[in-house]
Design a protein around this ligand. Structure first.
Ligand SMILES: [Zn+2]
Length: 91
């Protein structure tokens, strides 16, 4: 076994508001920073438009960051290995 690495590119997935067509839906949180999760199954996540305040529930959260693969796996060089060691120390 050996460690291999590849670059990834972060991509933000947002949900534009249907009501005003301008704002973005943001996960609604209480004044204590807790998610507003209505007591239904399957779970839904309440969102609020940052422009007009429209409220809508989704089965996932927005905005959300995903990582797109960007290239092939390769052997890490010395600099990469130092970074890997540092990241392990932070965990
Ligand atoms: Zn809106």
């Amino acid at each position: 076994m050996s460690i291999v690495i590849r670059e990834v590119k972060p991509v933000e997935i947002g949900m534009r508001c249907d009501e005003c067509g301008e704002g973005m839906m943001k996960l609604d949180v209480t004044e204590f920073g807790a998610m507003v999760v209505p007591a239904v199954l399957p779970p839904v996540y309440r969102h609020k438009c940052d422009k007009c305040g429209a409220v809508k529930e989704f089965d996932t959260t927005y905005p959300r960051i995903i990582f797109e693969n960007h290239g092939e796996f390769r052997e890490p060089d010395m600099g990469d290995l130092a970074e890997i060691a540092n990241s392990a120390a932070r965990c």
